[in-house]
Design a protein around this ligand. Sequence first.
Ligand code: CDP
Ligand code: CDP
Length: 238
Amino acid sequence: NPKQLTIAIDGFSSTGKSTLAKDLAVALGLNYIDSGAMYRAVALYALENNLVHDGQISPELVKKLDDIHIAFQFNPTNKKSETFLNGRNVEDKIRSTAVSAVVSEVAAIPEVRRHLVYLQKNMGKTGGVVMDGRDIGSVVFPDAELKIFMTADEDVRVLRRWKELKDKGYNTTIEEVRENLNHRDHLDTTRADSPLIKTEDAIVLDNSNLSQQEQLELAISWANKAKAIVEESQKVQC
Ligand code: CDP
Ligand code: CDP
């Protein structure tokens, strides 16, 4: 069996990672896994189980990690990815501002990261997966055949996320969205354990002025090159 591609997508918040990851998954027949949704699900669990006080995460959360079961369902037809927490569909709940407000604090806890990274590595064991997050190219899949680091101007990202939340019926202001994105980007890039970084072998994709279709075409051309390199190296091994 030829090895299937592993694609790692990292970047700042609201840069279009999951949009590109889902489009790539459908175009290339790969599975899509939203690693951020896993951190969001753990944050939701903490909120619902009274393990957050004044924005501080209780150390008790670490003891509960084995009680937190996360599953995904990706539907290539409508490109919808659904997240399940202990059997309950929490896809909408994990996008709430309450979860966004504490998720980066939860994601900075080393035991939480170790637990989720273990699960993520397992999900990608056989290849054929595109995963987006903050430490996918650096920690989860350091050997991924294609690594993309996404970025876009702050104003562009803020407006995209604000519009997305408004369309979903959340009532938030542009300034609130800006504050949350900056807060999370700051924590995510400065935390001690696996901060967001661009690895040397990642290709930068700045989509400030790119449409969804344009960014997809670019990434597909990179994926095709990566695939050709894999196939060439398999020939050499045969
Ligand atoms: O979609 P958005 O860019 O807003 O964020 P997300 O991908 O849903 O991730 C939510 C948060 O989870 C991030 O701000 C990080 O704090 C954390 N995260 C992480 O630490 N490592 C990952 N691989 C993915 C997410
Ligand atoms: O996953 P991440 O938080 O990085 O971003 P996302 O949820 O994929 O994208 C945030 C918003 O930007 C979505 O509403 C996308 O439709 C939009 N977007 C865009 O307008 N143009 C792009 N080139 C990429 C994403």
